[in-house]
Design a protein around this ligand. Sequence first.
Ligand code: ZN
Length: 422
Amino acid sequence: MTRLYPMARSLTGDGVRATLAILRETIPLTVHEIPSGTAVLDWTVPDEWNLRRATLTAPDGSVVADTDVHPLHVVGYSDPVDLRIERAALDAHLHSLPDRPDAIPYRTTYYHRAWGFCVNQRVRDSLGDGIYHARIDASLAPGALTYGELVVPGTTEQELLLSTHVCHPAMANDNASGIAVLAAVARALLAGAPLRHTVRCLFIPGSLGAIAWLGTHREVVARIAGGLVLTGLGDRGPLRYKRSQRGDTPIDRAAELVLAERGADLASQVLDFSPYGYDERQFCSPGFDLAVGRLTRGVHGTYPEYHTSLDDLSFVDAGQLADAVDAVLAFVDVVERDRTFTNLAPYGEPQLGRRGLYTAVGGTMNSQSVEMGLLWVLNQSNGARSLVDIARRSGLPFDPIASAAEALETAGLLGPDSVPDR
Ligand code: ZN
């Protein structure tokens, strides 16, 4: 996080490449480049933007804005300029936040040619008349859109998608936290036992990166059972899950169960889908309509540090990042073990004791016991209800429910499972 945070990322360019290079120190990411001019779905990959330095110098020679001091000082994708400009004319090229006078805002101009500087309101208010020197030493030229991809092979072709954006400069929660959390998740998955699902981790520029990936991976999209967009996971807020467009998929139910087991108040920490936000917008667009939700803490646009220089390392917390990694791994574990069984001995309760499954002494049954898990799984496994559904209804944790199902399957009491519909 400390190394990723200050980097000058953008939609394209060397900041993304340098970010992916840091990740490659710990996970074997494949880096892909899609050339400028490539048509992807309804979009075209733009020219690549690389900034060397942008400075705004006052008439007295003092430097008002300098991207070597903070990368947010320039509007992302600004046209290169080197000109003298009157204070009054300069104003149209300045961005600040009157309600947050100490914050430098984050601004971009990806699809409209312009240039500008971002400063805090106090600095802007202090700028006197005279001729200013605006210098943006940048290149905007054919290049590529860069993204990173890591596939953790599973025993089936069914895929889980975990995605984060890698295009925001010098902000900790949005967006270094998502990058760091996904990298830690990927490293843990690579070190663990092979999974049923193939897990695909994407480190992609927001919006256009997702669009480009979707447009170039149609055959993979068909195999995606669902997944999560990860972003904004380091602030002090609780974990929140934003549902996929379909809203009631096994992926949504698994994510909600994980939050519930971690003590979440689902009424406030589960959010319904809306076609705004991060790359869930693209994954849940109607042509794809994937079962992809989003895991976040503070909701974008609702905390004052959002998209400003106040979103720095002091705004994020290592414990919160670790907790988010745990939650994502728990989600993957639930999706992995969530199956739908049929009770093969549904007429009365089968004799569990005879099969070595029932050890409770009569009268000692407690509501959280392993035996209770066996009874719930047997009663509810009708070929339609999944183990996540059974955990939700029983109030038992998922782990004993899944363990009970595995024992019952071994004993021949549960029939061929069907993988839940996506
Ligand atoms: Zn953002």
